[in-house]
Design a protein around this ligand. Structure first.
Ligand SMILES: [Zn+2]
Length: 256
């Protein structure tokens, strides 16, 4: 790690007691509970362990630190497509705000402006990740990394599981509140009680409907689950993802 990254990591750790308590890799990076490990038990940071993902989500635990979440502190991180397209889905399970913010500040994929110059293998992994996180294929083709990421607090979601595929998470839209992040820094805030919220919610809804229209679809062409998500009706008793449902309609999430 270069000096700048070390400084960034140290500053982020200072702000994140939950992350400070996590086990570290040989290079000193905290190891999220969902990260896969190789035969020598070394973490593979770009790969999620599907069973771990399903387990933490179903138990209402954070996908990074593994500690329990309160219902009011459940956040997802993904690209704009995952967040606001009615068909969007997330690959990473929910997290504490504190832990998600740490990842946005420190994770190489989420936080590094020069990621395009990274190793070809890493770019291929990022591209897969982008697809998995719910970006349209054509966006991910020419660009391994989206322009920005969305950190959003949700009040309901479902877990979706197909055979031999990573679990996906479909949240209630719109989120309770959200932030947009680029290159490891937030640049827009849509707070739950802020006066500007209705304007941004409306804009996000219009963009979502337009994304469907580009593919010649309306919300009624999506699955029942996606319509429920779009109507903000996925909730129930916390943790919301008590079980994973298997979906077999032709209009599944774009990420799948
Ligand atoms: Zn956490």
């Amino acid at each position: 790690m270069n000096g700048e990254r070390v400084a960034r990591l140290e500053a982020a750790l200072k702000a994140s007691p939950r992350v400070r308590a996590m086990p570290r890799s040989a290079a000193g990076l905290p190891i999220p509970v969902i990260v896969a490990r190789d035969r020598e038990d070394q973490p593979i940071f770009t790969v999620n362990h599907s069973e771990a993902v399903a387990m933490v989500a179903a138990s209402g635990s954070c996908g990074i630190c593994g500690q329990r979440m309160e219902e009011e502190d459940v956040w997802l991180v993904g690209g704009p497509r995952a967040a606001f397209d009615p068909r969007g889905a997330f690959l990473d399970p929910p997290m504490h705000r504190e832990c998600a913010t740490f990842a946005l500040r420190v994770c190489v994929y989420l936080a590094t402006p020069s990621y395009r110059e990274a190793k070809p293998g890493a770019i291929a992994a990022a591209k897969r990740k982008a697809l998995e996180m719910g970006f349209a294929t054509r966006e991910a083709e020419g660009s391994p990394k989206p322009d920005h990421f969305v950190l959003m607090r949700i009040d309901g979601m479902v877990g979706l599981r197909r055979d031999h595929e990573p679990p996906l998470f479909i949240p209630n839209r719109m989120p309770r509140e959200w932030e947009l992040w680029r290159d490891g820094e937030p640049f827009r805030f849509v707070r739950d009680r802020s006066p500007s919220k209705p304007t941004w919610v409306k804009a996000a809804q219009v963009a979502g409907v337009e994304a469907l229209a580009q593919d010649g679809l309306t919300i009624n062409d999506t699955s029942l689950m996606h319509r429920a998500s779009w109507a903000g009706k996925l909730c129930g008793v916390w943790p919301w993802t008590i079980g994973f449902i298997t979906e077999g309609t032709a209009n599944g999430p774009v990420s799948a």
